[in-house]
Design a protein around this ligand. Structure first.
Ligand code: PLP
Length: 451
């Protein structure tokens, strides 16, 4: 390939990046990633980088898996494309849907495919509204979500999500309201974690009563908020949400785009938190990012009611794309045959958990949270008061991320929270490297702040 500087110049001139400050990018140049194997990436300058984010929380089985490439090539030769509209189907979509029905808990037995998590959540908006329409209650169309939740970047996904900068674009779709997030360390004040979890969950009940139960279709939430900063809810939160949804007959959507396929030490985050959703959103780890694919796994009752209504006027050209479906199926085979979900449990607790918790002793770190292989630390100038940095929000996190980058570790920052979500195949040795590089980066960032 071209030398790095030339690649960066072309990139800055012609490539518009998602979620990126383009002026900063032009000045610094993007890091050019050229290769991956396991948890490791190589950039165009030959650096070997530990990817503690699995790309964007997605490369669950690690980089460089030959069998997925072979399956893709075979499927492209056999049937590169066909759609699943108008009473047609194909073998990869059938096989993948059946496999997902087997893996998903309860009676989540029906899969509507999409090309991404955002598209799947757009599907969910239509699905739940269609469900109530067919049941003769079309006024039940409000979906309740959380501030600082993330459900994608399409107009539907962005509206469901509660990210202020996305809402600032304007034009959000109607009928979606947001309650507060269960972020105890940042917002819990004097309350115990258990009290705070209940208080935040009971906002759902208050909102349902305020709006009128006759108007509310569904509640959506990520078992653990990912893009919001790996916000692990208090243990009291999800049982209370479940109780409220059950009491008022509100559909419950678990957005498992990050938490699905082993991330939390079970196949789905819903199992880790005891959630019984009517619909699960899936993407990312479904194919370990080897192909773009997402979907909604729907329970028997919702699928039956929607089917009763006749044609569901919704779908994507690439719903159930045969190459993506075949690759996802191979990814699930690898996850299962290599016992990767069990590996997450083994390596996360206590090995990573003990080392991660110790980061909270660092002078810059307020709390350290970890569930399975999904973790976060909060950066603070004063642990006891849980103070935030006076500097613009996220500046210290950004500096810390840059130190990680310089130390060949990819961690992400969300404001002043630093997060990890490594490939699930990470070994204890690689965890040691991750912790050593993260600690060094925190030390450097701390020294820089004092200077
Ligand atoms: N839902 C959650 C919980 C996510 O974390 C994401 C992406 O990060 C999405 C939905 C959107 O998925 P995609 O980027 O594939 O559209």
């Amino acid at each position: 390939h071209l030398p790095t500087a030339e690649l960066q110049a072309l990139d800055a001139a012609h490539h518009m990046h998602p979620f990126t400050d383009a002026t900063g990018l032009a000045a610094k140049g993007a890091r050019v990633i050229v290769r991956g194997k396991g948890v490791w990436l190589n950039d165009s300058d030959g650096n070997r980088i530990l990817d503690a984010m699995a790309g964007l929380w997605c490369v669950n089985i690690g980089y460089g898996r030959k069998s997925l490439a072979e399956v893709a090539a075979r499927q492209m030769e056999e049937l590169a494309y066909y759609n699943t509209f108008f009473q047609t189907t194909h073998v990869p979509a059938i096989a993948l849907a059946a496999k997902l029905a087997e893996l998903a808990p309860g009676d989540l037995n029906h899969v509507f495919f999409a090309g991404s998590g955002s598209e799947a959540n757009d599907t969910n908006i239509r699905l739940v509204r269609r469900y109530w329409q067919v049941k003769g209650q079309p006024e039940k169309r409000v979906i309740i979500s959380r501030k600082n939740g993330y459900h994608g970047s399409t107009m539907g996904g962005g509206s469901l999500g509660g990210m202020a900068p996305i809402h600032a674009h304007g034009g959000m779709i109607d009928g979606i309201v947001h309650i507060d997030q269960p972020y105890w360390w940042g917002e819990g004040g004097e309350m115990t974690e258990a009290e705070f979890g209940l208080e935040r969950a009971q906002q759902l009940e208050a909102k349902i009563l305020e709006l009128g139960v006759d108007t509310v279709a569904a509640f959506i939430g990520e078992p653990i908020q990912g893009a919001g900063g790996v916000i692990v809810p208090p243990a009291t939160y999800w049982p209370e949400i479940q109780r409220i949804c059950d009491k008022y007959g509100i559909l419950l959507i678990a957005d498992e785009v990050i938490t699905g396929f082993g991330r939390t030490g079970n196949w789905f985050g819903s199992q880790t938190f005891g959630i019984k959703p009517h619909i699960m959103t899936i993407a990312k780890g479904l194919s370990s990012g080897y192909q773009p694919i997402g979907g909604s796994i729907v329970c028997d009752e919702v699928a039956a009611v929607v089917a009763e209504g006749g044609e569901f006027f919704h779908g994507y050209t690439y719903s159930g794309h045969p190459v993506a479906a075949a690759v996802a199926l191979e990814n699930l085979r690898v996850l299962q045959e290599e016992h990767i979900v069990e590996h997450v449990r083994d390596v996360a607790h206590p090995y990573l958990a003990e080392r991660w918790a110790k980061l909270a002793d660092h002078p810059l770190v307020g709390e350290a949270k970890l569930v399975g292989l999904m973790g976060s630390i909060a950066l603070t100038p004063h642990k006891e008061s849980r103070a935030k940095f006076a500097s613009e929000s996220g500046t210290v996190g950004l500096r810390c991320r840059e130190r990680c980058f310089a130390n060949n570790l990819i961690m992400r920052h969300v404001g002043d929270r630093m997060i990890i979500s490594p490939p699930l195949v990470i070994t204890p040795d690689e965890i040691d490297t991750l912790i050593a590089r993260a600690t060094l980066s925190l030390d450097e960032c701390y020294a820089g702040l004092k200077a």
